[in-house]
Write a protein that binds this ligand. Structure first.
Ligand SMILES: NC(=O)c1ccc[n+]([C@@H]2O[C@H](COP(=O)([O-])OP(=O)(O)OC[C@H]3O[C@@H](n4cnc5c(N)ncnc54)[C@H](OP(=O)(O)O)[C@@H]3O)[C@@H](O)[C@H]2O)c1
Length: 185
């Protein structure tokens, strides 16, 4: 597993902090060395980051978890990307990649807390190709407590990305790291 960064030394230092044999590399090198690439950069840097990695990401499975959000004094709110969603922007910018979208609602705080043994949440997985969404669902399922649930094609990614604004409001009110469960599946 390789962590990417705009600066190789930041990636190496983050990887060393995690241990477990994880390596760090500059974003392009990280993309070149990976078959599955999770895109987790702020919305502001999303298009620029992907444009620069188009050739390195060709033929790769890209998992976009970016939530286009704005913040003002009332809290978080969903932005409306021209392409429809961050995931659709990724698909437009990466025509030779297989783009999926997932992990939007997962709390980084919970992921980083080594004292937590299970993360009680489902992961909504979107994409155009069943083999790809199955693989991402299986990835989600490797984290104890988590389950990947197919949630539609990329044209429906906007709602999933936007829902994070609601979860942020919930977290602020209840001092929580709220997750989601899809019932009856
Ligand atoms: N935090 C969460 O719980 C969570 C959960 C689900 C999804 N997400 C989504 O994941 C994305 C990243 O969230 P985050 O909380 O990890 O944010 P973050 O800490 O601000 O950003 C993650 C990394 O992206 C790189 N970065 C920052 N600005 C950039 C830019 N303009 N262009 C390219 N790279 C840039 C930085 O790494 P380098 O400086 O080393 O390049 C930074 O460490 C967001 O779109 C968010 O909506 C977050």
């Amino acid at each position: 597993m390789v962590i990417g960064s705009r600066a190789a030394e930041r990636a190496e230092s983050a990887a060393a902090g995690l241990g477990l044999g994880i390596e760090g590399a500059e974003n392009a090198e990280c993309a070149r060395r990976s078959d599955v690439v999770i895109v987790a950069v702020p919305w502001d840097g999303h298009a620029k980051t992907l444009e620069a990695l188009r050739s390195e990401l060709a033929g790769k499975l890209v998992v976009d978890c970016v939530n286009p959000l704005g913040f003002d004094k009332k809290g978080a709110y969903a932005l409306k990307p021209a392409e429809g969603s961050a995931a659709e922007q990724a698909a437009a910018l990466l025509p030779e990649s297989r783009v999926t979208a997932a992990f939007h609602h997962l709390s980084a705080v919970l992921l980083q807390d080594e004292s937590i043994e299970e993360i009680d949440t489902d992961v909504m997985v979107l994409g155009e190709d069943r083999a790809d969404t199955d693989l991402v669902q299986a990835l989600a399922g490797r984290i104890p407590g988590m389950r990947g649930v197919f949630s539609g094609r990329l044209r429906n990614a906007h709602q999933v990305e936007s829902l994070v604004a609601n979860l942020i409001s919930t977290n602020r009110r209840y001092k929580a790291h709220a997750g989601l469960r899809v019932t009856d599946v």
